[in-house]
Design a protein around this ligand. Structure first.
Ligand code: SAH
Ligand code: SF4
Ligand code: F3S
Length: 444
């Protein structure tokens, strides 16, 4: 049996693509290996959100290129690149990395089986056009090879129409397309039948799900209702929410449905209305504030997390401070942070005269990081003394003690000392302490 190794570098969407590729490859007789040295086929599934992620992709290819050369005498090695860097750079990758056998863009992952046949005949293949290879004709030929665990990720929308001025995703993932509810529900049922306890619906803007359906009026709230009606004990989550696409109906649905968890990821990106405008985000500070307040008022114990960019072109010290105050004022429970990185094709990348020097970006990033840590601890402290349901995800040894870790419904990580492996179980836990990144608990 031939062996394949896939290095996955990107977001959950990218990880989900890896699971789909492994499904197709297994159908073609490839077995997954966790050791790249053992593989006959090496694939790097890339991310291009920041320059650093793109550089990582090419340095990985460089290492494998050397192996290909060294091993040429005793084992023919094939190398492929997939994901967002592949989509963006297409044929030009062959020039920079001539040892690459195939370049597979994000729109064409279902063409993988055909590509593998062609490269095994000695061809070099680049499939990066934007026409989507539709999933229905190919989907029947594979089962998804999900990474074993508790949570199954299911993409519900692909692409993005928002064109924030810093972001490459609309160029690497194309326009927004919603997947059919029938397909999503089938995938959810399959995952639950094989033991998964949580379904996370994925999309760049999950709350605009269904806007593009011409033959039906069906939105995220409808999908949540149908999923919630599936028998059995499990949880449902969804990420990422674009602030102004969160409808009252969606919030009400979250409250109403027992399986849908009290968690919203609502990236704000900047606390300054001027910067938000330059970013082409469709809200200002006040609008964001109102949305977050509404979610907090309607959903008890909700966790709200965000993303922020430090040092967007032209960001002044005062504007940066508005981001710091936003984190406090809106009591954001946790935020992902990034220093601005100029990306090819994007509008902001042309504003070179407004670029913020690296040292200032770094310094702002550090200050943001400190603020996020403070708030995370503050948010965690609220739950000490409470009883919460935890879905156990992991069991491991730490300093001679056995620990179960898992998540509450509102996405807090809890560490529970316990000798028995409870992975996949729902347990009632008394919260006994809070650290910056997790809660401590005891089984009731
Ligand atoms: N669709 C989501 C974000 C997806 S990209 C949303 O609109 O909120 C994930 C995060 O990467 C973004 O929220 C942003 O904070 C960060 N990001 C995107 N492009 C970036 C860039 N050029 N430089 C730094 N961070 C970036
Ligand atoms: Fe990127 Fe903006 Fe789309 Fe999010 S909404 S993926 S940040 S363009
Ligand atoms: Fe995801 Fe990175 Fe592409 S964040 S959508 S893999 S650019």
């Amino acid at each position: 049996m031939k062996k394949v190794y896939i290095e996955t570098m990107g977001c959950q969407m990218n990880k989900s693509d890896t699971e789909r590729m492994l499904g197709m490859l297994s159908y073609m007789g490839y077995e997954e290996t966790k050791e790249p040295e053992q593989a006959d086929l090496l694939i790097v599934n890339t991310c291009s959100i920041r320059q650093l992620s793109e550089d990582k992709a090419f340095s990985q290819l460089g290492v494998w290129g050397k192996w290909k050369h060294e091993k040429a005498d005793f084992k023919p090695l094939k190398i492929g690149i997939a994901g967002c860097v592949a989509q963006q750079k297409a044929e030009s990758i062959f020039k920079r990395a001539p040892y690459v056998d195939f370049v597979l863009g994000t729109h064409k992952i279902y063409a993988l089986p055909e590509i593998i046949e062609r490269i095994n005949k000695g061809e070099k293949v680049c499939e990066c056009t934007e026409t989507n290879a539709t999933e229905d004709n190919l989907a029947k030929n594979y089962d998804i090879k999900r990474v074993k665990g508790v949570n199954a990720w299911i993409p519900i929308t692909e692409g993005c129409n928002n064109f924030c001025t810093y972001c490459i995703v609309p160029y690497t993932r194309g326009r927004e397309r919603s997947r059919l509810p029938e397909l999503i529900i089938k995938e959810a049922k399959d995952a639950l039948n094989t033991g998964f306890k949580e379904i996370t619906l994925l999309g760049q803007n999950v709350d605009s799900y269904g806007k593009d359906f011409k033959d039906r009026n069906y939105r995220l709230a409808d999908l949540l209702r149908e999923l919630n009606a599936i028998d059995g004990k499990f949880r449902i989550r969804f990420v990422t929410s674009y602030p102004t696409d969160i409808t009252d109906e969606l919030i009400k649905t979250v409250v109403e449905l027992d399986k849908v968890c009290e968690y919203f990821h609502i990236p704000m990106q900047s606390g300054s209305s001027e910067v938000l405008k330059a970013m082409n985000r469709r809200y200002d500070r006040q609008t964001y504030a109102k949305i977050v307040q509404k979610v907090r008022d309607m959903v008890p114990d909700v966790t709200i997390t965000s993303d922020f960019i430090a040092g967007f072109p032209g960001e002044t010290e005062e504007q940066f401070q508005e981001t710091l105050t936003a984190i406090d004022e809106f009591e954001l429970d946790y935020s992902n942070l990034a220093a601005y990185s100029p990306r090819e094709k994007t509008v902001a990348a042309r504003w070179t005269d407004k670029f913020i020097p690296e040292d200032i970006k770094d310094e702002r990033f550090q200050r943001l990081n400190k603020k996020v840590q403070e708030n995370c601890l503050k948010s965690n402290l609220k739950y000490v003394g409470r009883e919460m349901e935890v879905l156990i995800e992991n069991f491991y040894e730490h300093k001679g003690k056995m620990i179960n870790t898992g998540k509450t419904r509102n996405f807090k990580t809890v560490h529970i000392p316990c000798d028995k492996d409870l992975t996949g179980e729902f347990v009632n836990v008394k919260i006994t302490g809070a650290k910056t990144w997790y809660l401590q608990g005891e089984i009731k």
